[in-house]
Design a protein around this ligand. Structure first.
Ligand SMILES: [Mn+2]
Length: 325
């Protein structure tokens, strides 16, 4: 699928819905805003959508007011662009209605992408969806990347590469970031907002999260647990799960880290709660394969899935994977 085919579709579209995954990270937000701004340059009628609140650390991004938490009347859209989602369902509750939009463009860098939609632009070698959006915008006539787009693209790449530390930190990631800095994105400002601003309540939550860490017998698997009770006690809302799990992964000798996030507490103890499980690994340990076996997806070293279980059962299931490490 060529970028040009996507550009042709966008050109003939009148009303475009742009959406990225729930519980958005920097890449989901950055790619959403930057492409939205570029399409506005084309004088297209757009609606940028994300079901979840934007995490506090990303509130500094220019043009964040563009992002709505409702889709509005779905029949008004002739085209949808789905960003950073391995599956259409990742956009949340709007997915079933969204599937009815006549043209669906799927732009993503997850190797587990299900290739949904009418037009796909999938590149597992891209550092981030923001990098792919950069390539797309660069190919759009009469659009020049302004400061707002530069901030969004830079933040997307920085977030998905873990500040240029992860294995997806490619020459292209640096090259595009360099260009974005020249166009006005201030790396210190981004880092300050994303990493150096933290509330006391958040510190208290981190304290509980550290305390929740358990190691497998061989010390190679770590589990961190985040419950609704912890959020309530500390008065925090969950925004960036992807950032939290790194604490469990940093532990010496740990090859696989899991964050068990209790999304919704179940009323009855027997049925368990709704959990989102985030997985991170080192080297050859493929967590995308584990996540896929539970109906989820992701990258070889960063993946996740949803499951309904009791916390005790879920821990046992996850600890089982330590035997192969
Ligand atoms: Mn991404």
């Amino acid at each position: 699928m060529s970028i040009q085919q996507i550009i042709n579709q966008l050109k003939k579209s009148n009303h475009i819905l742009l959406a990225s995954h729930t519980n958005p990270d920097g890449d989901a937000i950055g790619s959403l805003i930057s492409l939205g701004l570029a399409l506005q340059e084309w004088k297209k009628k757009i609606r940028t959508y994300n079901e979840s609140p934007i995490p506090a650390v990303y509130q500094f991004l220019p043009s964040l007011h563009l992002v709505h938490r409702t889709v509005g009347d779905i029949s008004e859209f002739d085209t949808a662009v789905i960003l950073d989602c391995s599956d259409l369902h990742r956009i949340g509750e709007a997915a079933s209605d969204g599937a009815k939009i006549p043209a669906i463009i799927n732009i993503d860098h997850h190797s587990t992408n299900t290739r949904f939609g009418n037009l796909q632009y999938i590149d597992p070698n891209a550092s981030s969806t923001a990098e792919m959006v950069y390539r797309l915008i660069s190919a759009m006539e009469n659009v020049s990347i302004d400061r707002g787009m530069a901030y969004s693209i830079y933040t997307g790449i920085m977030a998905d590469t873990g500040s240029f530390r992860f294995a997806n930190t490619t020459p292209e990631a640096f090259d595009i970031s360099h260009k974005m800095v020249l166009l006005g994105a201030d790396p210190h400002k981004v880092a300050h907002h994303v990493y150096e601003t933290i509330s006391l309540n958040r510190i208290k939550l981190l304290n509980m999260l550290y305390d929740s860490i358990e190691l497998s017998e061989n010390g190679r698997l770590s589990i961190m647990t985040l419950t609704q009770n912890m959020l309530q006690t500390t008065g925090t809302i969950i925004d960036d799960v992807s950032g939290l799990i790194n604490y469990a992964k940093q532990i010496e000798n740990v090859k696989l880290a899991a964050l068990l996030f209790e999304r919704k507490r179940s009323p009855g103890k027997k049925t368990g709660s709704d959990f989102h499980v985030s997985l991170r690994s080192e080297g050859a340990v493929n967590v995308a394969a584990i996540a896929t076996s539970f109906g989820g997806g992701g990258h070889p070293n960063a993946a996740g899935f949803d499951i309904q279980a009791t916390l005790a059962d879920l821990k046992q299931t996850i600890f089982h994977f330590s035997k192969n490490l």
